[in-house]
Design a protein around this ligand. Structure first.
Ligand SMILES: [Zn+2]
Length: 382
């Protein structure tokens, strides 16, 4: 069943119900400033097309008459979201509301583009045996054009790989690729903590430090998004140095590898991320000091973002998100140091840093491309 509302107005109604539904007709008419008769015509058409259904179990009585909300048929469409590492393809299947209904990983023998595309094809076949896949989204740590060309992905060793086109050609299914942080931020925007916020920022902690921003309801992005420009933001004049020689930059203070390296040096033996967190919980003094220094640096980064971009919410996620939890006090201290006390408190929320959440972000890129019918690679419809 295709997602093809007949015109822009029908598209607007369908999107409003997708993003904010279930909604009663009267509320939909108010939100979109439509005459009731117009909405009645459009909703009948969308119900006929199988895009919307009435949800009588959610009916409320208004002025004595029951008002039956409209909802999307969320399990009528499925999207495959892919996260790539150098040795595996991670895949999540979502429905139309970006709820993850399946997740699995497949090994890769190498990270060269042909092998990766073959791996994505295998994942599509596996997912497709249970769920018909409407579109594929791939999140890549690197610079990705709107057309889905990966111009640079250092960790994969890729330059100018037309990934979306290759996947679409191999699978025969519409495919979209985007920078993984842009995908994560879009997922928060449409279906996550960013719902209801026209201005919010996302910071991710992991192998690198990522920053994404939605301003006036739109993702801020340009050709340099994906270079990782926040990675060397200075945060602690007494911190350790990064590979580029900056003292106390975001990469030196906040990435999981940097924190683990600090902890291992301090303990005189290899310490991984899980053990580091355990040591902090147990109150091991060196681990607590490292968590506190890094937590304060995170607070200063959050304050910088809040001061410069004025978001109503800062979302922290990524594999290293637990830092914000185990060092919560230091994070608040760092924010206070760099935030004028007359300014509103910074609203910070933490979200999952799992691989599933990155895959879900990629699935949302597929979902958006599909329902907005944009960036269709090789589309005959333009
Ligand atoms: Zn640096």
């Amino acid at each position: 069943m295709p997602w093809r509302p007949s015109d822009d107005l029908a598209q607007a109604v369908a999107l409003e119900v997708l993003l904010h539904g279930p909604l009663p007709r009267i509320e939909l008419a108010r939100r979109l400033d439509l005459a009731p008769a117009t909405l009645t015509r459009i909703s009948a058409e969308l119900i006929d097309a199988g895009l919307l259904i009435e949800a009588p179990h959610l009916a409320e009585r208004r002025n004595g008459r029951p008002s039956i909300p409209l909802d999307v048929v969320s399990d009528a469409h499925h999207f495959l979201g892919i996260k790539l590492s150098t040795d595996s393809v991670m895949a999540a299947v979502t429905d139309l509301r970006a709820e993850v209904v399946d997740y699995f990983e497949l090994p890769l023998s190498s990270a060269d583009p042909a092998t990766v595309v073959q791996g994505i094809h295998a994942a599509t076949e596996q997912a497709g045996s249970t769920y018909p896949i409407d579109a594929i989204g791939i999140g890549v740590g690197g610079v990705v054009t709107r057309e889905g060309v990966v111009t640079s992905a250092p960790f994969l060793g890729w330059t100018d790989v037309p990934l979306a086109a290759m996947v679409q050609e191999r699978t025969g299914i519409p495919a979209f690729a985007a920078n993984d942080l842009a995908a994560f931020t879009e997922a928060q925007h449409w279906f996550g903590l960013g719902i209801g916020h026209d201005n919010f920022a996302a910071i991710t902690l992991g192998v690198g430090v990522g920053f994404g921003c939605v301003a006036n309801g739109r993702l801020l992005a340009n050709d340099d998004s994906g270079v990782g420009l926040v990675g060397h933001w200075p945060l602690d004049p007494n911190g350790r140095t990064c590979v580029k020689g900056h003292r106390g930059c975001a990469e030196a203070m906040l990435t999981v590898p940097a924190i683990v390296r600090n902890a291992s040096d301090a303990m005189g033996r290899p310490v991984d991320w899980g053990e580091f967190l355990t040591l902090v919980h147990e109150g091991e003094p060196e681990a607590v000091r490292i968590a506190s220094d890094s937590g304060r640096a995170l607070g200063r980064l959050i304050a910088a973002v809040a001061n410069l971009v004025a978001p109503s919410l800062v979302i922290v996620g990524g594999e290293g998100v637990e830092l914000a939890d185990v060092a919560a006090e230091a994070v608040q201290r760092g924010i206070r140091e760099d935030r004028d006390p007359r300014a509103a408190p910074v609203h910070v929320e933490l979200t999952s840093g799992s691989n599933t959440s990155w895959c879900r972000g990629a699935a949302v890129i597929a979902l958006q491309g599909y329902v907005l019918d944009r960036r269709r690679v090789g589309s005959r419809r333009g």
